[in-house]
Design a protein around this ligand. Structure first.
Ligand code: HH2
Length: 262
């Protein structure tokens, strides 16, 4: 899953793809590099970020979804939003999947996804982006995140979203410190027991900087590729990344080794 952030303030690429034309070009390049899905987001949820209003978020993502749909009619497009109103219009404009970091916190979200027959990513987050990194706490982070995702999965299915349209994500960096992130990544393979595909997003995140000593998010490529390789080797079906080309090339090598074929 290649990331297309149409925001002025995303933690690693804020402001780089803010106008629709640049964002569409970037997305098409990520598809050329081997992305299977493009995730278009109009609200940064980095630690400390402020929420964005519905109108502003729509103004950012709709032209990009429309442009990508025109430029790549066959591509799978997801919209990264917590707002049912944004999801609804994005799906009408051609998105196929809602990537909801709130996992259905908006009371209308499951209905919107079910009615559209769309796919959905359910992600775990502790707290809200503004303060989530202040002092995240868990007794057992893996059990608690798994429990939360199990509940949300059941709620989504009860609301009419087919299990075959759902995917779960432990939400690396969303209300988690370094130890929490590492525990979740170590146990990531066990999330497959929930019976739906697992998505993980570690790309350029702060914990990679902490481990590899790189303050600049754009300089965290090697650590990000390492995390993607780890995740897929544990059975994770999809990784959400900024640097699609290098990740795809690395995963091709790992895949060939694992499958005993060139
Ligand atoms: N991470 C970010 C945003 N959306 N969605 C899922 N499912 N999983 C993730 O780990 C995830 C996500 C944060 O990364 P980014 O979009 O690059 O940053 P920002 O929120 O600053 O735009």
């Amino acid at each position: 899953m290649g990331i297309v952030n149409v925001t002025p303030d995303s933690f690693s690429d804020g402001g780089m793809f803010e106008d629709a034309e640049t964002a569409v070009k970037h997305g098409l390049r990520l598809l050329d590099e081997g992305a299977d899905v493009l995730d278009v987001g109009g609200e940064s949820t980095r630690p400390g970020s402020d929420p964005v209003g519905v109108e502003e978020e729509l103004a950012r993502v709709l032209p990009v979804i429309e442009g990508l749909r025109r430029g790549a009619p066959e591509a799978l497009l997801s919209v990264d939003t917590r707002k049912a109103a944004v999801a609804s219009e994005a799906l009408a404009a051609g998105a196929d999947v809602v990537n909801d970091i709130g996992a259905g916190t908006d009371p209308d979200m499951f209905d919107v996804v079910a009615t559209a027959g769309a796919g959905m990513v359910l992600m775990h987050m502790q707290g809200e982006p503004k303060h989530m990194q202040a002092d995240p706490r868990y007794d057992d982070v893996v059990a608690e995140v798994r429990g939360f995702l199990t509940d949300r999965l059941e709620m989504a299915v009860a609301a009419g979203i087919g299990r075959d349209r759902l995917c779960v994500d432990p939400g690396i960096g969303f209300g988690k410190n370094l130890e929490h992130n590492l525990a979740l990544l170590r146990a990531i393979g066990s999330f497959r027991e929930l019976g739906v595909p697992v998505l993980a997003g570690a790309s350029r995140k702060r914990f990679i900087g902490e481990l590899s000593g790189t303050d600049d998010p754009a300089g965290r490529l090697d650590g990000s590729v390492a995390a993607a390789v780890w995740c897929t080797s544990q059975g994770v079906e999809m990784v959400r990344v900024h640097d699609v080309g290098p990740t795809v090339r690395a995963l091709r090598v790992v895949d060939a080794i694992a499958r005993e074929r060139p």
